[in-house]
Design a protein around this ligand. Structure first.
Ligand code: BGC
Length: 729
């Protein structure tokens, strides 16, 4: 099987045109070329080499060049808001944004993050994430990204990037590529077959490039034996030539290994510059020497600088951009301006609309002014030492609202679930009985004293440089933390109306919990960020009908998943191939507990009619049209036939014709979220791009449309398909 690195020129010319259409790279490049002409090599080296760890206010800093008006570029984490700063928003994590299936909210979150970054003088906000994609349910950083489905992740990447860059900050798509686990991330190799790469792992990065992303971060791991930041096929070949990426590639912090190898491979900026404070720079003087001796062509250095400058101009940072003033990552982020604006609105909307209602027997939810309510579990309250008590959120104490690591932000405040419930309880005259420990006996006592009990449990994960409760990043288990199953058991044994609320970085095995007959409802509350309690209360009390859907599959057993974090030395052959998450369950005929795309509402929806236009494709379409051109539209009507207003995320799946090489049973290739009043009906439309109907042909090195019948499906989840039709290609 062909592997990453075998890009063809055909694919290059076909995709390049589309990439430049949406954003004005041409003007940006012409400004960059003019500026480049004024620079000495020494100045150029200062632009491509980080100043060194903790040398400058941001996690990454470059040297300024006054004569072209270029400041020291500030690179700062991360994917859910600005890290190491005060008075910023701590937005819901990527996985929570993904579970809204709402492109408008995802875009707004991007705009809000971009505005905050700009307000603090940050030039490059290090996100969004689609590597890891999340093929291994225990992968420590899966929650930083949006979904393990490449289509959903790709749309979310593009919307986030467009949002961020419209606000003036450069986005950074990371971590490219194959960084699917934390354990051994600095040495393991991801041996990704070429088709698998194109159809899964590369897919969201391709969407990021198409959206005009300014920068991409190469990951710590190797692919096919070579470190990604040293891999010419991955960087120059696939990313720059095949996808037509015109921005710059930055190393993950310390992921560069050689002076010349990384330069030839296509790295454009080395971060943090030195080896985390050891003052040893692989570029800097060494790069200057390599260029002056002719070992590295001048043109490669010029290309690095041009890419960095062009991206700077692309988003307009040469025009009255704020500078980093008054704050630094290294003093607790104090002293900067308050940049939160009204962003709590979008934070709350996502904390609410990302909630997935998994079970709701006898319509126990929404709560109807209960007389008494027991609230149980340490996850119901904010860490008593404060929401930011643990550096980089490296602990699981109190309610879980984000994972840990570099992809975190300081909470400006954190609304705990109990606080928000208490506020409503006051209005409803509900007596609250609480037990905010995880001790089963105490939980049982509290639960016995109320009509209804809500028990809170969670599951944590994060980045590998911090160890939390024995986990060095990747999850140790797919069972809840702190013996959550025992806590639920004891609450359920003393209260027949038990509601379980779960904050989690990823899927959990829910069989024990579902086996307790008293568990009437399960509310999957994800990683909601600062507005946690408010978003949850909106759903619990029915102010809004739940509309989130799972961005991954919840299995019945650990071993039902195709992929898992690798032991040994962490090397991964990607032997599950294309069969990740629901693709694996479908192929093997495994029954999931809650399938990908599943989520209940307080109302119900019907689907009717399916129109495919055109229903037969002209034979030339597979070659003549652009990859991102819409070639087919599919419409269907969705009706709210229930009793309250609600939003439905309608999902479009396609099965490729039998003439295609073996492919997943069906794949998500469209989704639309629509708000519907009682009795209201709306037509939803899915625009299918040529890419959405193609497979990657490893011999031709092209996206190819198979001849024959495509079965298309629209439904409420990957297994609740309501209408279908046939497209002839
Ligand atoms: C992480 C990146 C992050 C960088 C800078 C690395 O450890 O993998 O995601 O952007 O640090 O903080």
């Amino acid at each position: 099987m062909k592997h990453l690195g075998s890009a063809s020129l055909l694919a290059i010319s076909a995709t390049f045109r589309t990439v430049v259409a949406d954003v004005d790279w041409t003007t940006a490049y012409s400004k960059a070329t003019t500026a480049l002409g004024k620079l000495t090599n020494q100045e150029k080296i200062g632009i491509v080499t980080g100043t060194g760890w903790e040398k400058g206010p941001c996690v990454g800093n470059t040297s300024p060049v006054a004569k072209i008006g270029l400041p020291s570029l500030c690179l700062q984490d991360g994917p859910l808001g600005v890290r190491y700063a005060q008075n910023v928003s701590a937005f819901p994590a990527g996985i929570m944004a993904g579970s809204t299936w709402d492109v408008d909210l995802i875009r707004e979150r991007g705009v809000a993050m971009g505005e905050e970054a700009k307000g603090l003088g940050i030039h490059v906000l290090l996100g969004p994430v689609s590597g890891p994609l999340g093929k291994n349910p225990r992968g420590g950083r899966n929650w930083e990204g949006f979904s393990n489905d490449p289509y959903l992740a790709g749309i979310a990447m593009a919307e986030t990037i467009k949002g961020m860059q419209s606000a003036g900050v450069q986005a950074n798509a990371k971590h490219y590529i194959g960084n699917e686990q934390e354990k051994f991330r600095g040495s393991a190799t991801a041996n990704i077959p070429d088709r698998v790469n194109h159809e899964l792992y590369l897919w969201p990065f391709a969407d990021a490039v198409k959206a005009g992303v300014a920068s991409v971060m190469c990951s710590y791991n190797r692919v096919n034996g070579t470190y990604v930041c040293e891999h010419e096929g991955a960087l120059e070949g696939v990313l720059k030539r095949e996808l037509g990426f015109r921005g710059w590639v930055v190393s993950d912090w310390g992921a560069q290994h050689t002076t010349n190898g990384s330069a030839f491979a296509g790295l454009d900026m080395a971060m943090p510059g030195d080896g985390f404070g050891n003052n040893k720079y692989l570029w800097g003087e060494s790069l200057a020497t390599a260029v002056s001796s002719g070992e590295i062509p001048q043109s490669r250095l010029d290309d690095m600088v041009t890419r960095i400058l062009a991206s700077y101009y692309l988003v307009g940072q040469d025009k009255e951009y704020p500078s980093v003033q008054g704050w630094s990552s290294w003093n607790g982020g104090k002293g900067g301006p308050n940049v939160q604006g009204d962003h709590k609105k979008v934070a709350r909307a996502i904390a609410r609309d990302g909630i997935v209602l998994l079970k709701n027997e006898g319509n126990i939810l929404p709560l109807k002014k209960p007389k008494s309510l027991a609230i149980v579990g340490s996850d119901a309250i904010v860490n008593p030492s404060g929401p930011n008590a643990c550096v980089d959120r490296g602990c699981n104490i109190g309610t879980l609202a984000m994972g840990w690591g570099s992809g975190t932000a300081e909470f400006p405040y954190l609304v705990g679930p109990l606080d928000a419930i208490q506020a409503q309880a006051k209005l409803d005259n509900t007596t609250i009985v609480s037990s905010i420990t995880d001790t089963p006996a105490e939980g049982a006592t509290a639960a016995a004293a109320a009509d209804t009990a809500i028990v809170f449990i969670n599951s944590h994960a994060g980045e590998g440089y911090i160890v939390v409760e024995g986990s060095d990043g990747d999850r140790l288990t797919l069972s809840p933390a702190h013996n959550g199953n025992d806590l639920v058991r004891s609450v359920a044994s003393s209260n027949p109306n038990t509601i379980v609320v779960i904050h989690s970085v990823g899927p959990l095995i829910l069989e024990p919990i579902l086996s307790f007959p008293s568990v009437k409802a399960i509310v999957w509350a994800g990683l909601p960020g600062q507005e946690s309690g408010n978003g949850l209360a909106d759903i619990l009390y029915g102010k809004t009908s739940p509309s989130g859907k799972l961005p991954y599959t919840i299995a019945r057993r650990d071993e039902d998943y195709g992929g898992d974090v690798k032991g040994g030395n962490g090397d991964d052959e990607y032997s599950e191939g294309l069969y990740v998450d629901y693709r694996y369950f479908d192929k093997r005929g495994i029954k999931p507990r809650f399938e990908f795309g599943f989520g209940l509402s307080y109302t119900t929806f019907t689907y009717s009619g399916l129109e495919i236009t055109p229903s037969t494709l002209s034979p030339s379409i597979g070659l003549s049209s652009d990859l991102y051109d819409t070639i087919v539209t599919v419409t269907t009507a969705v009706t709210n036939n229930g009793t309250v207003a609600g939003a439905e995320a309608a999902q479009f799946y396609v099965s490729l014709p039998s003439s295609a090489p073996e492919s997943p049973v069906r794949q998500l290739r469209g989704f639309k979220k629509v708000m519907l009043g009682v009795g209201e009906s709306k037509t939803v439309k899915f625009d299918l791009r040529r890419k959405d109907l193609s497979y990657w042909d490893v011999v031709a090195q092209q996206w190819v449309m198979a001849k024959g019948e495509y079965t298309v499906w629209v439904g409420a989840s990957s297994r609740d398909l309501r209408v279908s039709g046939v497209l002839r290609g």
